[in-house]
Ligand binder design. Structure first.
Ligand code: DC
Length: 217
């Protein structure tokens, strides 16, 4: 029997690090859905498009897009763009891109296809609420904005200070939580874990212990 683990939560809550470790430990596949929205954003930016661009142009481009994962790398229209998806420009624009219903419809469809018939852990914002509402395991990882800003800063992929990252995180949380389509929220049946005072190993252990409990019941 295959199963799905949904890990949702705001940016910097440790979702991707924790998910990677869990996937290794459980010997299942991992999909970082945030990277997919980042890839679409990169494509729009590369074409010189922005929030004010005519929807028909954005939709046309989206129709032609291909996103594939191979060996933990994301290929956008056949090209490995993994290293270019976390820069400040993509990060500053990904919220408006991921708030568009036609972008989400295409990504959700792709996510369901990728994780079909295989045990998968997916991280994102709407995995437990929209993509796989029947997932066997659902978690919502969170942490204070400052903790999350420090973690992003330590990743070394931003040119901004901790304070600037914290401000950007609060702004993005607000946007992601209040958008009309699939807002960031705790999915029905999800277990909330606040990792502000937990390290990665403790967070992973907590998740595994909830999973064990569920299997016993
Ligand atoms: O997890 P991340 O910070 O790389 O995600 C980037 C953006 O993509 C984030 O601002 C919200 C959006 N996103 C989303 O709307 N739905 C998902 N399933 C994953 C990410």
């Amino acid at each position: 029997m295959t199963y799905i683990i949904a890990i949702d939560g705001p940016s910097g809550s440790g979702k991707s690090t924790v998910s990677k470790i869990l996937a290794d430990k459980l010997n299942i596949e991992y999909l970082n859905t945030g990277l997919m929205y980042r890839a679409v954003t990169k494509l729009f930016l590369d074409m010189g498009l922005d929030e004010g661009t005519d929807e028909a142009i954005l939709k046309d481009l989206l129709n032609k897009i291909t996103i594939e994962f191979r060996e933990n790398k994301l290929f956008l229209n056949g090209i490995d763009v993994t290293k270019d998806l976390r820069n400040d420009e993509v990060t500053a624009n990904v919220s408006w891109v991921s708030a568009r219903d036609y972008v989400r419809a295409k990504m959700v469809d792709l996510q369901r296809k990728i994780a079909e018939n295989t045990s998968f852990i997916l991280d994102g914002r709407d995995i437990g609420s929209v993509v796989f509402p029947n997932a066997k395991y659902k978690f919502y990882l969170t942490a204070s904005a400052l903790t999350r800003a420090k973690r992003r800063y330590d990743q070394g992929e931003s040119e901004l200070s901790i304070e600037e990252i914290e401000k950007a995180i609060i702004k993005r949380d607000d946007y992601d939580s209040n958008r009309k389509v699939s807002p960031l929220k705790v999915a029905k049946g999800a277990i909330v874990i606040d990792s502000s005072n937990l390290n990665i190993d403790q967070t992973v252990s907590k998740i595994l212990s909830y999973m064990e409990k569920k299997d016993v019941l």
